[in-house]
Design a protein around this ligand. Structure first.
Ligand SMILES: Nc1nc2c(c(=O)[nH]1)N[C@H]1C(S)=C(S)[C@@H](COP(=O)(O)O)O[C@H]1N2
Ligand SMILES: [Mo]
Length: 225
């Protein structure tokens, strides 16, 4: 009877050890390959966080968007409202930069982002002078906004690649806003519409008390009447 107990304890301990150990190894050594694309783990002397170790966050889980039928609607205060196809977006001039994403929950990761500068989209659609606010809408009902000037002055990009890999569905395929120096909740994923407006706007988390400025290091919450 004693021996059976001992055997049971040993086998349980071994299983626990094996599970923990294998998870650890696969996390550290796995290079994620999606559709024959190999992940880049350093760029211009900077260490990038492997996708497998990057956390993500979404109000209603992963959205699956079809590449062929996808359209990015750009409207509001623009001369030429337009629907861009995925091919049209990736055909625009391409920019890459290494930027850290900081969630207000306290986690962060560093990645190489590749995509199109918002300025290119603005040029294509003829953004009007009086537009001040840019609103991003996603398929999960999420939305957020940023000042037009912030987007232009900082060469903010809409990314379609992450560490040189096409943005995976769980990470926002086809587009995630790379809102440099802003908290993660400004980094809209699964963007399907960009609206130019001349009045202030509060997005999903902003409406629930999060700061509309969202500067990394600044206050996460905002006192509202
Ligand atoms: N459409 C959509 N975009 C979103 C969210 C969301 O729930 N829905 N969550 C935001 C929050 S709170 C964070 S921290 C980042 C996480 O981005 P990641 O998946 O690239 O880590 O996505 C942001 N963009
Ligand atoms: Mo977040």
């Amino acid at each position: 009877m004693k021996q059976i107990h001992l055997l049971l304890i040993i086998s349980v301990a071994f299983t626990v050890f094996l599970t923990a150990f294998s998870g650890c190894v696969s996390d550290r050594e796995r290079t994620v390959i999606y559709d024959n694309e190999t992940e880049t783990l350093s760029y211009q002397g900077e260490q990038l966080t492997p996708i497998a170790q990057q956390r993500n966050n979404a109000i209603r889980g992963t959205q699956y968007i079809d590449r062929e039928s996808y359209r990015l609607r750009v409207d509001g205060l623009v001369e030429n409202p337009r629907n861009f196809t995925y091919e049209e977006i990736i055909g625009l001039p391409q920019t890459s930069k290494v930027i850290e994403l900081n969630c207000v929950e306290g986690w962060s990761f560093n990645a190489k982002w590749t995509g199109v500068r918002i300025a290119e989209i603005f040029e294509e659609t003829g953004v009007m002078e009086n537009a001040t606010t840019v609103i991003f809408y996603s398929t999960d009902g999420y939305s957020t906004s940023l000042d037009k000037d912030y987007l232009l002055e900082n060469d903010i990009i809409l990314a379609y690649k992450l560490n040189d890999v096409t943005l995976p569905p769980e990470r926002g395929f086809p587009l995630q806003l790379v809102a440099e120096d802003k908290y993660g909740y400004k980094w809209a994923k699964w963007i399907v519409r960009i609206e130019l407006s001349d009045s202030p706007y509060r997005g999903y988390w902003e409406e629930r008390g999060y700061n509309n400025i969202a500067d990394v290091g600044g206050p996460a919450f905002e006192r509202r009447r």
